[in-house]
Design a protein around this ligand. Structure first.
Ligand code: F6R
Length: 243
């Protein structure tokens, strides 16, 4: 795993955006695996900036998102479809028909099957962007006795529900389930970039960078088995985890 240490969270996102642009400039119809969450926001900001400068063309790019909350429609302001449209898709020349975010309504199991199909549809994901949960989750694969390879419906842990509650007016509105890519889906990507920032991510990142242990109690440790992972952290977090 390559580890890049930057001056700040914004710098980390700039580095990630640069790597995404390199993939798209190399392959016009690249397939990108995308993440939502606070960490990804500045990466999309930077991608929008590069696009406005005329230095990248998304017209043939295909995307598939890691996850979506169960019970929220794509019009709901906290849904991940809404996030992607607002933070990225609406501002670049991507064809929305080429973007896939799992449907958060209807039959969740069927929607998860559709996500699983879309991960492989038309070829492998060229680059997967990841954030990381404070408990080490990637996508919404939560720590536990076992992990699941294919896309599935996941019960969110209390730690994740608490972390996500900052976006909802009451804790009762926070979805308790999500449709998520599984570990096999994520590991199938040719290249993976993880951005992490903030002291609350230190324990998870320690597990990822220190030693060789792979454990279902920290799903991000599975990434140690992938041959092309870049972890981008800022100096502050790097100091906390000792890299
Ligand atoms: C989002 C996702 C999650 C987030 C993680 C970190 O699509 O799959 O794994 O990356 O929960 O979220 P933030 O960036 O909000 O700390």
């Amino acid at each position: 795993m390559e580890i890049i240490v930057t001056k700040s969270y914004t710098e980390s996102c700039k580095r990630a955006a640069k790597m995404i642009v390199a993939v798209v400039n190399e392959k016009k119809n690249a397939k990108l695996g995308l993440a939502t969450g606070s960490t990804a926001v500045a990466a999309y900001e930077e991608l929008k900036r590069i696009y406005k400068n005329g230095d990248v063309d998304f017209s043939d790019v295909k995307t598939v998102n890691l996850d979506e909350y169960c019970g929220l429609s794509g019009e709901h302001e906290q849904s991940y479809r809404y996030f992607m449209n607002e933070k990225f898709f609406n501002h670049v020349n991507i064809d929305k028909a080429n973007t896939f975010v799992a449907n958060g309504l209807g039959n969740f199991e069927e929607n998860a099957k559709e996500l699983d199909k879309m991960v492989y549809d038309g070829g492998t994901i060229d680059l997967q962007l990841l954030g990381i949960g404070r408990n080490g989750h990637i996508a919404f694969n939560e720590p536990g006795e076992s992990l699941i390879s294919c896309a599935h419906v996941e019960n969110l842990t209390q730690s994740t529900i608490d972390a996500n509650s900052r976006f909802f007016s009451t804790i009762d509105e926070v979805p308790t389930k999500a449709i998520t890519m599984g570990l096999g889906n994520i590991m199938s990507a040719k290249q993976i970039i993880v951005i992490a920032s903030g002291a609350e991510k230190a324990d998870a990142i320690k597990g990822l960078v220190n030693g060789n242990e792979i454990t279902t109690q920290n799903p991000s440790t599975m990434l140690k088995m992938h041959s092309n992972v870049t972890l981008i952290v800022d100096e502050e977090l790097a100091a906390l985890v000792g890299v």
